[in-house]
Design a protein around this ligand. Structure first.
Ligand SMILES: CC(C)(COP(=O)(O)OP(=O)(O)OC[C@H]1O[C@@H](n2cnc3c(N)ncnc32)[C@H](O)[C@@H]1OP(=O)(O)O)[C@@H](O)C(=O)NCCC(=O)NCCS
Length: 155
């Protein structure tokens, strides 16, 4: 998944096996520290691993702070509603268990599939929140959009 150019189109460079494994180790450490993070996503009927989704602290240096929701699925799992289902579970955990007042989501302006998930789960975008990611070099991945949803807004 992390070495698939289609999955990585809006994310940046392809990951090596070592980089991908290191990110999983980081996810597990973050889970242990704070009790939430990136969950593995599996197809309920078969147990097949298809990607991950979950909640993360917004990185330092962004023009906003808070907790963001995100998702990444293997190409073969797109188009089935799995990301939306996982995202709704993430929102429920964030609002009901963590009692967050608001959850954010960020993606490149061109990542229409990810933006569609944001809209499906009831998130909204104010164009005034669009921003250039300071950690990304000049290019198509630099312009980002920010979506928000407040606790109590459920669709
Ligand atoms: C972003 C990403 C997770 C979206 O996946 P997705 O499968 O398009 O999203 P959903 O789970 O919401 O599925 C929606 C599609 O499934 C269809 N679908 C089928 N059954 C469905 C159901 N029961 N419920 C909802 N949608 C369903 C929808 O009609 C829609 O189809 P469409 O794409 O033809 O319009 C996926 O493209 C991805 O992993 N991209 C690479 C990583 C990435 O960019 N991550 C985001 C970084 S910010």
């Amino acid at each position: 998944m992390n070495a698939d150019p289609e999955v990585r189109e809006h994310l940046g460079d392809l990951l090596t096996r070592e980089q991908s494994d290191a990110s999983v180790a980081r996810f597990q450490a973050e889970f242990d520290q704070r009790g939430y993070g990136w969950w593995a996503v599996e197809v309920q009927a078969t147990g097949e691993f298809i990607g991950f989704a979950g909640l993360d602290q917004v990185d330092d240096g962004m023009p906003f702070t808070g907790v963001e929701i995100g998702w990444r699925l293997a190409r073969s799992a797109w188009g089935r509603g799995y990301a939306t289902e996982a995202a709704r579970a993430g929102l429920a955990f964030g609002f009901e268990t963590l009692e967050l007042p608001e959850i954010l989501a960020v993606t490149t302006a061109a990542n229409l599939r990810s933006r569609a998930v944001m809209r499906r789960i009831g998130m909204t975008r104010d164009p005034a929140d669009d921003f250039d990611d300071p950690t990304v070099p000049e290019g198509p991945l630099r312009r980002n959009v920010l979506y928000r949803i407040a606790r109590g807004v459920r669709v």
